[in-house]
Design a protein around this ligand. Structure first.
Ligand code: ZN
Length: 206
């Protein structure tokens, strides 16, 4: 994908995410690997109104070379690229149902959501909960790093999901699957539910 197309893809997907209410205000950020560096959504920018010409362009050492200053959460993206081999894009959202699940007291922090559907297992797999840190605390980067080698998707407590993918489409599809599964989980809470069995999960995982 050339840089012009990459810029357009980020803005198109950002608008789609925002217009469907999957992240609100100026929350959420997207990054995409390009030749020689990254494109990233700027700080304080709404995903609903991104300008392709103003996206942050970062070089290989994550220095800003063009566009507006990148999101203050760029460290979340950096850690995923560093720890997950083959990452081509990273998406982070404050999507309502995922955030709601990230606040529940009794979830298993090693794997927050149960295997409700096959698509969730295939696109997300196991989802660890990263402990809460206040905005700007760089200890969050190191906490995410502790999981990012083994997991392409993590859920930040009282905050939201971060998902890496080989492509922008893969990352977006996975984070949307995660959000839908969080919604299903909340719908099913309190009802006797048949989740996929360990054997059913095993045959879906790589
Ligand atoms: Zn955030």
């Amino acid at each position: 994908m050339n840089e012009t197309k990459a810029r357009e893809a980020i803005c198109e997907i950002g608008a789609s995410i925002f217009n469907r209410g999957l992240t609100a205000g100026s929350s959420g950020n997207i990054s995409l690997r390009i030749d020689g560096g990254w494109l990233m959504t700027p700080t304080n920018a709404s995903l609903g109104r991104l300008d392709p010409a103003r996206l942050s362009k970062l070089d290989d050492s994550l220095r800003l070379v063009a566009g507006d200053a990148p999101t203050k959460e760029s460290f979340l993206h950096r850690v995923m690229y560093e720890e997950q081999a083959g990452t081509g894009a990273v998406v982070h959202l404050h999507s309502t149902h995922s955030v709601a699940v990230s606040c529940l007291a009794e979830v298993d922090p090693a794997d927050v959501l149960p295997p409700i559907t096959a698509y969730y297992v295939m696109r997300v797999g196991h989802l660890p909960l990263v402990p809460y840190y206040r905005p700007g605390d760089m200890a969050l980067a190191e906490a995410v790093r502790g999981f990012a080698g083994k997991h392409h998707a993590v859920l930040l407590a009282n905050h939201g999901p971060v998902v890496a993918g080989a492509s922008l489409d893969a990352a977006v599809n996975a984070i949307e699957e995660l959000e839908e599964t969080a919604r299903l989980y909340l719908l099913l809470r309190g009802a006797k539910t048949r989740f996929l069995s360990p054997t059913q999960v095993k045959e879906l995982l790589p």
